[in-house]
Design a protein around this ligand. Structure first.
Ligand SMILES: [Zn+2]
Length: 99
């Protein structure tokens, strides 16, 4: 038993709960030089590679909804994702500081 986040009704016992994303946030991670260690030999200095960063959306909040509310919750989620601007500003990549 649980309370549906959409219709606010308490469900009957043994009814299915559906976890859906109710809020998202737009995130942007910058480029990082030499951030990811790469496995190497014991005696060699461990090599590192760049984290290229990225942008997009992340889950901010998930809620449980009942089977009756699931189609509407899915439609709300798809509208939310569609509203994310696809032309976010391009990150000017950090220049690796190498001699
Ligand atoms: Zn419901």
């Amino acid at each position: 038993m649980y309370r549906c986040a959409k219709c606010d009704r308490v469900t009957t016992a043994r009814s299915s709960a559906h976890s859906v994303v109710s809020e998202i946030r737009i995130m942007e991670y910058p480029h990082r030089s030499n951030a990811i260690p790469v496995a190497g030999g014991k005696r060699r200095k461990r090599a590192k590679r760049d984290d290229r960063g990225g942008r997009g959306w992340e889950i901010k909040k998930e809620v449980l909804v009942c089977t009756d509310c699931l189609p509407q919750a899915k439609a709300d989620f798809e509208a939310m994702v569609a509203s994310v601007p696809t032309s976010l500003p391009v990150i000017t990549e950090a220049v690796a500081e190498e001699a």
